[in-house]
Design a protein around this ligand. Structure first.
Ligand code: ZN
Ligand code: FE
Length: 257
């Protein structure tokens, strides 16, 4: 039997992921963060799918560069954050925090996650337990804080804790190996992390993507979601650091790692 929906992973540029979400019942297809049009068209033509929607998490070129060509070729609807309408051209439908839309005919909730960029949003498909996270969270890491403050990013990452732990996180980049090295550096005795590490290296050795990852695993292993962890705190200071303070230390250290 055919699945109701499927997600195709498209590798792009050096380490980007473009996600193609296909609804097989409604015959609708959406692309999330197309860094390029050719990579996407190749899959669409091969599968004989029509592209209905283009969805952006934030304005960076490695998430939007394919927008215009795809929009023109397929007459697809372009969806992007209202707060970035000056930075993303040709948006048809603006989204903001709390909005409910359909992506490829599936219900999606918009979650505003400022930090990496000011208007960054994630798309949460609660029924399917899918999160298109852009550059907010990566497996074992988080996005660089470019436009927002440390506080913004910390607040954004904390929103993940309210989602179903069985959610699969589809992030924007393959950064897992480097993130894993950093996580093991600051949190070497985390048993869950060691187990997770074996899974990650199995995938890497097989030449496979390490994402999507399960939110449940990220909650246990991702240092940026572990800001109450004593071992991580001790790595920086003998006095206990927690919350925003520990998050900021982690993010600053990771920038140089
Ligand atoms: Zn970005
Ligand atoms: Fe990016």
């Amino acid at each position: 039997m055919e699945n109701i929906f499927e997600i195709v992973t498209i590798k792009s540029l050096s380490d980007n992921y473009i996600w193609l979400l296909r609804n097989n019942v409604k015959n609708l297809t959406a692309v999330i963060d197309p860094s390029d049009d050719k990579d996407v068209n190749e899959v669409l033509l091969l599968k004989n799918w029509h592209l209905n929607q283009i969805v952006n998490t934030h304005h960076h070129f490695d998430h939007t560069n394919g927008n215009l060509k795809l929009k023109n070729k397929w007459k697809a609807e372009l969806i992007g954050p209202e707060e970035e309408k000056d930075k993303i051209k040709n948006i048809d439908s603006y989204v903001s925090d709390g909005d409910k839309i359909e992506i490829a005919g599936l219900d999606a909730l918009i979650i505003h996650t400022p930090g990496h960029t000011l208007g960054h949003v994630m798309y949460y498909l609660k029924n399917e337990k899918i999160l298109f996270a852009g550059d907010t969270i990566f497996s074992l890491g988080c996005g660089r804080v470019f436009e927002g403050t440390m506080h913004d990013m910390f607040y954004s990452l904390n929103k993940l804790k309210e989602l179903d732990p069985k959610t699969l996180i589809y992030c924007g980049h393959e950064y897992t190996e480097n993130n894993l090295k950093f996580a093991l550096e600051v949190n070497p005795n985390n048993k869950n992390l060691k187990t997770f590490s074996k899974k990650v290296y199995k995938l890497i050795d097989a030449g496979k993507p390490t994402v999507p990852s399960l939110l449940e695993d990220e909650l246990e292993c991702n240092p940026f979601l572990q800001t109450e962890n004593d071992e991580i705190s001790n790595y920086f200071d003998k006095d206990k650091l927690e919350g925003l303070e520990l998050f900021s230390k982690l993010r600053e250290l990771k920038d140089k790692f």
